[in-house]
Design a protein around this ligand. Structure first.
Ligand SMILES: *Cc1c(COP(=O)(O)O)cnc(C)c1O
Length: 358
């Protein structure tokens, strides 16, 4: 039985075309700066997000870590959302390796941080008792906030607060191109307030490995040293970069299809008694390729259907989904390159039957 894997958009298989592009990539030693395919990818992504330079790194986690290490040092503080990937799921790397202090502000449901709270959190430069606030981190799309997009209006307002307070801005744009497609706004317009931005190639874009960290030439020169420090200098990395270039050529516009599939999935979920999904509701910005599902406590109580039970039953029916959070009542379903619209129908059938337990 072919599994329909909705756990994450990281589970995609490289397509035949992508594998051919990888196999025929012209490569060199990238630590010597001699890999033309890596250079090409870095320049292409930098152009796309309106920055001077790019740096190819092994993962989104490495991109964010290198960015934070470049912007802030020991005893400096960065402002980050309570539901940010960087805060929740990156092993506290900026503290472990950089001695960087996090100021955590609550994420609002739409993935934003309240900008008055951001301004109020910035510490006095003159007080020797407090850390120096250096950086504001934002995430677009916001993973734990349901794949919500941050709008250009919000980003510009956040940028104005950061400028006023002397902070740099980093955008974790693991799914920036999803936001760009869903909002109908160019990636560069979503990053114009950012001093740095990281974009994942291995999420919706369907490449096997890699992220690109972009910023000014000066920023990227400093980031290059930190990439080497964390062991991220790779040699004939053009084989991997070729997959990223292929993805930028072939897999960006098709993100619309993932968004349509996710919308259909969310609406189907919401039509099942006892289940709901925020992504079935209209949103002031736009939803993307993530669908969060909530199990009503009544369903959990009467029928003993919780996230663990539901994911087991789905697995038996050929569908993989990820329980999330600590209450055993929430799951995440993600659409991607290897999920078709008919897979969504099959997955919804499986979900209806899994809820019934028949
Ligand atoms: C996946 C993800 C990352 C990290 O990427 P990895 O390649 O898994 O290290 C960072 N930020 C967000 C929002 C993500 O979804």
């Amino acid at each position: 039985m072919r599994l329909i894997d909705l756990r994450s958009d990281t589970v995609t298989q490289p397509t035949d075309g992508m594998r051919r592009a990888m196999a025929s990539a012209v490569v060199g030693d990238d630590v010597f700066g001699e890999d033309p395919t890596v250079r090409q990818l870095e320049e292409r992504m930098a152009d796309l997000v309106g920055k001077e330079a790019g740096l190819f790194v092994a993962s989104g986690t490495m991109a964010n870590l290198v960015a934070l290490l470049t912007h802030a040092g020991r005893g400096d503080e960065v402002i980050v959302g309570s539901l940010a990937h960087t805060f929740l799921y990156e092993v506290g790397g900026s503290a472990a390796l950089g001695g960087i202090h996090s100021c955590v502000l609550p994420n609002q449901d739409d993935g934003t941080l309240d900008l008055a709270a951001v301004a109020a959190a910035v510490r006095s430069r003159d007080d020797i008792h407090v850390p120096r606030t250096k950086l504001l981190c934002l995430e677009n799309t916001h993973n734990r906030c349901g794949g919500a997009c941050l709008s250009t209006e919000y980003l510009d307002a956040a940028g104005a607060v950061a400028r006023d307070k002397g902070l740099a801005v980093h955008i974790d744009g693991a799914r920036l191109l999803n936001a760009s497609r869903a909002l109908g706004v160019s990636p560069a317009d979503l990053t114009r307030v950012a001093d740095s931005v990281s974009v994942c190639l291995s999420k919706g874009l369907g490449a096997p490995v890699g992220s690109v960290l972009c910023g000014s030439r000066q920023f990227v020169r400093a980031a290059l040293r930190w990439r080497k420090t964390v062991g991220g200098g790779m040699r004939q990395a053009g084989i991997l970069a070729a997959a990223g270039l292929y993805a930028l050529d072939h897999h960006v516009e098709r993100l619309d299809e993932d968004h349509r599939n996710a919308k259909g999935l969310a609406e189907g979920v919401a039509a099942i008694p006892g289940l709901s999904s925020p992504q079935s509701q209209p949103s002031p910005t736009a939803w993307t390729n993530l669908v969060y599902l909530a199990i009503a406590p009544a369903l959990a109580g009467e029928r003993s259907v919780n996230a663990e039970v539901l994911s087991d039953r789905l697995r038996q029916r050929g569908v993989l989904a990820l329980p999330v959070g600590k209450d055993n009542l929430h799951m995440r379903l993600v659409t991607h390159l290897d999920v078709t619209s008919s897979d969504i129908d099959v997955a919804l059938d499986a979900l209806r039957s899994a809820v019934r337990g028949t």
